[in-house]
Design a protein around this ligand. Structure first.
Ligand code: SAM
Length: 298
């Protein structure tokens, strides 16, 4: 099957209709696939994980630059096709695997170190995929991924904008994000309705960070809780999330009061909304909540 050019005909010949529910929008231009692969800044001794091999459009230029590619593909029809045709380069190992269920410890082992991931990502899984990267941040080196423009905009949004939200803050706490390339719908078959953007996410190694030490799990809970209802104040969202519920023992007024005191201890006004807080504000809140919760349980 040709990887570029007449993708529509090739898919038809192989009785492989693009599956919308799997976000199958295949790259159709070789030069574009090569440009996307270059955004990976791949070294010749790199082992790259590629998510969503599809017809192999991006796999080809990645395999030319890397030592080895471990490709994950959820569509059993495509996996069967590649196994039968043996059309992928020799240094590509194809796994029939859902990336959202993939064992990152195992991928780390197969990669021989922190993960380097490339993907033309199905739009439907971009958020859960990004959250998985954040969850496994200590196993990550970088991810160069193509996303729907709106999703990419959210990752580098500034406080006070409507794009600013949970993924923005969580990613900012562990990585730097750069937009590298914008692709028009005409680059794909079938054509999506919107532009796509290639984003490079470089993860900061925790041991190299020159930053304050804080409880990352509590930080994530606070960020998620704070944005759970964007129009509500921090006092309301953080009280509703029950950080001090056990201590208040059913006394709702006391629960609200303890939450208010913790927010003030973090140097934040309780009537503020999550969308105006920057990363440092969220870390301040986490440190204040940590120390209050520790005092209470001591
Ligand atoms: N890389 C190819 C390209 O650039 O032409 C295909 C990209 S297409 C946008 C996304 C690919 O990811 C499809 O082949 C789809 O079947 C696959 N996919 C969808 N959900 C997946 C998942 N959860 N895990 C692994 N692959 C998935």
């Amino acid at each position: 099957m040709t990887r570029y050019g007449n993708t529509r005909k090739s898919l038809k010949d192989e009785k492989l209709a693009p599956r919308k529910q799997l976000g199958q929008n295949f790259l159709v231009h070789k030069s574009t696939a090569e440009a996307v692969a270059r955004c990976g800044k791949i070294q010749s001794d790199d082992i790259i994980i590629e998510v969503g091999v599809g017809l192999g459009a991006l796999t080809q230029p990645i395999a030319e630059q890397a030592e080895r590619v471990i490709g994950l593909e959820l569509d059993s029809g495509l996996v069967r096709f590649h196994k039968e045709k043996k059309d992928l380069p020799d240094n590509v190992t194809l796994l029939h695997q859902d990336v959202l269920k993939a064992d990152f410890d195992e991928l780390y082992r197969l990669s021989g170190g922190p993960l380097k991931i490339m993907a033309n990502l199905p739009y439907s899984i971009s958020n859960p995929f990004l959250f998985k990267l954040i969850e496994h941040q200590e196993k990550m080196n970088w991810a160069t991924i193509m996303l729907q423009k709106e999703v990419a905009d959210r990752l580098s949004a500034e406080p006070g904008t409507k794009q600013y939200g949970i993924p923005t803050v969580l990613l900012k706490s562990c990585a730097t994000v750069k937009k590298l390339l914008t692709l028009k719908p005409t680059e794909f078959h079938p054509r999506p309705k919107i532009d796509s953007v290639v984003v490079r996410i470089e993860f900061t190694r925790i041991d190299q960070e020159d930053k304050r030490v804080y409880d990352r799990s509590l930080f994530q809970k606070i960020v998620r809780a704070a944005f759970s209802q964007r129009r509500k104040t921090l006092l309301n969202t953080l009280t509703a999330s029950g950080f001090f519920r056990a201590r208040a023992d059913g006394d709702k007024k006391l629960e609200k009061q303890l939450t208010r005191e913790a927010i003030i201890a973090g140097d934040i006004t309780p009537g503020t909304r999550a969308e105006v807080l920057d990363l440092d504000n969220f870390i301040d809140l986490t440190l204040a909540f940590s120390s209050r919760l520790a005092t209470i349980s001591a």
